[in-house]
Design a protein around this ligand. Sequence first.
Ligand code: SAH
Length: 216
Amino acid sequence: MEAQRKAMVAVVQAYGVTDERVLAAMGTVRRHRYIPEGHRGHDAYGDHPCPIGHGQTISQPFIVAYMTQRIEVTPGMKVLEIGTGSGYQAAVLAELGAAVFSIERIPELAAHATAILMDEGYSGVKVKSGDGYKGWPEHAPFDAIVVTCAPAEIPEALKRQLKDGGRMVLPVGAGVQQLVILEKSGDTFTEIPDILVRFVPMVPGGAGEGGGFESN
Ligand code: SAH
């Protein structure tokens, strides 16, 4: 698996990810472990998304690395992730030293991600099942927010939960989406359009709301 991981990092690098720390984190996190049993027939280290059940996917390695690079994670940074999915992106952020808070609307995926993150030693990552559109006000403000499902527009609650000087990286739109980097400075938001991407849609309403699942 280590050789496969090295090959994956080489591909991500060839596609233009230059941040050495991000590349090292991608070389460390055991991606195959985040794919639930029953979906492990796929090549976990190929540069493509893989199914993780419930109609969802673990993102392509290049996209994970690219978005992580755009967030410019430094140790101790507080990062909110919307769309925990397999837990892989959260693990990469944690490997870079971020304090990670991640929200997933499907309770079974939130439970799976929590279990595997614990098992892989990232017990500091907080995962909850709920509606990402609401963010996580109890832990706001965040230095950075990464959204791994695509809303039609940038959710207002997430903008409010961004720290002054913080940035959000997210895909916006339907079908083929545009990655947007949003920077907050005082009351001013600057939107920087980036590459075209394809994520699953950000679904309104949390399936796990109320009696939902919360870890840590
Ligand atoms: N970051 C993930 C990839 C997630 S795929 C990984 O590394 O594996 C996108 C995830 O967003 C799916 O699991 C989907 O259930 C979740 N999602 C969609 N709409 C959401 C919402 N409103 N709130 C929270 N999560 C949502």
